[in-house]
Design a protein around this ligand. Structure first.
Ligand code: GUN
Length: 288
């Protein structure tokens, strides 16, 4: 049996088309184009690719993109001053500081994220956004997990009452993913590097999310036949070879549905960011 391949491209196209319509509606109603500021500190090659993809998606959807490139040795105070300026800029509705930050300010990541106005926190990383996610209040949701949930919805894969297992407990993916699945009434287990007998837990999953950061870590024997497998990993194993956290060839023989890498959830992350910028703009404009 071969699994259904959940191609990110078609789902991302749907999300971006919806976002583009909402951009038009804002232009008609307020004469305002939603604006996203992307701050890139330093020249990490992977970050440059991600930021370019975000710029491209903004152009597709009709969002105004402002790119701010800062040198790798930018002092913390200068980065915070840039965020303050963007917080006060009415033409900017969303602010994203690309992570990881360079070594000399990486230790201050929390301070940087906390400085972004929660209203403009289109990454959903601010503690206020995290709090809203946990309590179920409406707010801006982290793009990768929210994109995964939207994909399940668009693919018609039920979540309510299902067993979901998330492998990985990062603040960017694992933890918010588990919270979103819980909000959709899944029974959720979070596993991590200290989990004992991991395979016995992952084999119970109707929905298995891999957010580990280790190439081909999830093998076929760890997957229940017919399960939906979402691979959030992006691992570069050779200059031009990306693989996920899931052994795609073997697991796609066991799973019912699976996301490929590349071409899977990465595209949804960017599409979800567009939706977040539009949502932030709608809320800021309605509050005026
Ligand atoms: N680096 C890797 N993923 C992300 C993300 O979702 N947002 C930001 N800001 N940086 C990242």
């Amino acid at each position: 049996m071969s699994a259904r391949i959940l191609a990110g491209k078609e789902f991302a196209a749907q999300l971006k088309a919806e976002a583009a319509q909402r951009v038009k509606a804002l232009q008609d109603k307020y004469g305002v184009t939603p604006g996203l500021a992307v701050v890139l500190v330093g020249d990490d090659p992977a970050s440059q690719v991600y930021v370019r993809n975000k710029d491209r998606a903004c152009a597709e959807v009709g969002i105004h993109a402002e790119r701010i490139n800062l040198p790798a040795d930018t002092p913390l105070e200068e980065l915070l001053a840039v965020i303050d300026r963007l917080n006060a800029d009415a033409s900017i509705h969303g602010i994203l500081v690309q992570l990881p930050l360079p070594a000399q300010i990486a230790a201050h990541e929390g301070e940087v994220i906390n400085r972004i106005s929660p209203d403009k926190d289109v990454d959903g990383f601010h503690p206020v956004s995290v709090g809203r996610l946990v309590t179920g209040e409406s707010g801006l949701l982290p793009c990768t997990p929210a994109g995964c949930l939207r994909m399940l919805e668009l693919a018609g894969i039920p979540v309510d009452g299902k067993r979901a297992v998330v492998v990985g407990r990062s603040n960017i993916v694992g933890k918010p993913m588990a919270m979103l699945l819980l909000r959709k009434n899944a029974t959720v287990t979070i596993c991590h590097s200290h989990t004992q007998d991991l395979a016995s837990i992952t084999r119970e999953a109707d929905i298995l999310v891999a957010a580990i950061g280790k190439p081909n870590f999830i093998t076929a024997d760890m997957v229940k036949p017919g399960a939906t497998v979402i691979d959030v990993g992006i691992n570069r194993i050779a200059p031009k070879k990306l693989v996920g956290d899931v052994d795609f060839a073997a697991v796609s023989e066991v799973a019912g549905a699976i996301t490929p890498v590349p071409g899977g959830v990465g595209l949804l992350t960017v599409a979800m960011l567009m939706e977040n910028v539009v949502q932030a703009a709608e809320q800021q404009l309605a509050a005026k």
